[in-house]
Design a protein around this ligand. Structure first.
Ligand SMILES: O=C(O)c1ccc[n+]([C@@H]2O[C@H](COP(=O)([O-])O)[C@@H](O)[C@H]2O)c1
Ligand SMILES: Cc1cc2nc[nH]c2cc1C
Length: 333
């Protein structure tokens, strides 16, 4: 466990890789399954990636966990969202009552859903004026994420709910990857033209104010509690070799802060989908990730990652359940 960002970084830098033997055995098994080589395309890569991280050449997915973190954002004072900040807490109640899209998606893909509301009555600072979080607030949010990952989890999807957080994600991406604020700033929940102008200006001001920082400092100055918690959960999963499916733009902005600190930090992650928020595709490109789905979703709340669980389940079912050529008596040539 960690009590400072320095200790968190130590954990990030000393995180384990996949099991080489399981990886080799899974590749071996894949080559013997009753299909032309490569005919299952990326499903084959996915199954072997999952097997390597689980340390099991013939794995199953028995304990998928979706965790949604909620946070509120001071930058909403700049008029950057189509919705008021109260919607964050109202949607948390909706998650708890089972009425949101993620409740149905979690059920549909056989995953457990946990929701963590993080200090919703205490929004982060407006990052156009000051760092969004103090060091202590960042550590506390990273820990909330780290602690949310259950020991028995064998697949994790991290997601978020936070009115205003596409402004934070855009600022994080701009601070980490450069280019112009407008290149990273989209309509989020559907902000109008005047809102988009205010949002781009907020990103520009925030990035100028907090320029030249490390991944974790970008997260602290421009992020939010739910964004830091996703980063903490992704790092915790890595330390326990739990594979992760990333969700949309905000989740990937959180992941990018880890990758900025340790280039290998996302080796246990796949991109669940490409969001309709245009900058998400650019973040995925910058991270070298290719999304499993592209369904024009832009909901957040882990929905794209959850939908992609079904793809990973399909991949693992084929890999672990199919017969080999020898078992089925099928000629190999
Ligand atoms: O996941 C995405 O790519 C995504 C794209 C646009 C919006 N969202 C969701 O919408 C909220 C943030 O939008 P906004 O306009 O308030 O910044 C937040 O709760 C996110 O979950 C999420
Ligand atoms: C209604 C609503 C639901 C959401 N779920 C994730 N972000 C959201 C934003 C809004 C506005």
């Amino acid at each position: 466990m960690f009590t400072t960002t320095a200790e968190f970084l130590d954990l990030l830098h000393s995180a384990p890789g996949p099991h080489p033997q399981a990886q080799a055995d899974a590749a071996d098994r894949n080559a013997q399954l009753t299909k032309p080589p490569g005919a299952l395309g990326r499903l084959e890569d996915l199954a072997q990636w999952y097997a390597g991280w689980r340390g099991d050449a013939r794995p199953s997915i028995d304990a998928a966990q979706i965790v949604v973190f909620a946070g509120n954002h001071g930058v909403c004072a700049q008029g950057v969202s189509a919705f008021p900040s109260e919607v964050t807490a109202q949607m948390v109640l909706n998650f708890q009552a089972g009425g949101a899209a993620i409740n149905q998606l979690a059920k549909a893909v056989g995953a457990r859903l946990d929701v963590h509301a993080l200090d919703l009555d205490r929004p982060t600072q407006d990052f156009t004026q000051a760092p969004a979080m103090t060091e202590a607030e960042l550590v506390s949010a990273l820990r909330a994420g780290w602690d949310a990952v259950r020991p028995e989890t064998d697949l994790l999807v991290a997601g978020e709910m936070g009115i205003g957080n596409t402004t934070s994600a855009a600022a994080i991406a701009c601070a980490l990857f450069g280019e112009e604020p407008a290149d990273w700033t989209g309509r989020g929940t559907g902000v109008d033209d005047a809102g988009l102008v205010a949002k781009t200006a907020a990103v520009s001001t925030g990035v100028s104010l907090h320029v030249g920082r490390s991944g974790l400092d970008v997260l602290r100055c421009l992020g939010g509690r739910e964004i830091a918690a996703m980063a903490g959960a992704i790092a915790a999963a890595r330390s326990r070799r739990i594979p992760v499916i990333l969700d949309g733009f905000i989740c990937c902005a959180a992941a990018a802060c880890l990758a900025a600190e340790a280039p290998d930090a996302l080796a246990h992650c796949v991109a669940g989908h490409k969001s309709a928020e245009a900058a998400h595709g650019e973040v995925l490109n910058a991270l070298g990730l290719s999304p499993l789905l592209s369904l024009d979703m832009r909901l957040g709340e882990a929905s794209g990652g959850a939908a992609a669980i079904s793809i990973l389940r399909a991949a693992v079912a084929c890999h672990s359940g199919m017969a080999t050529f020898a078992e089925a008596g099928v000629a190999t040539e």
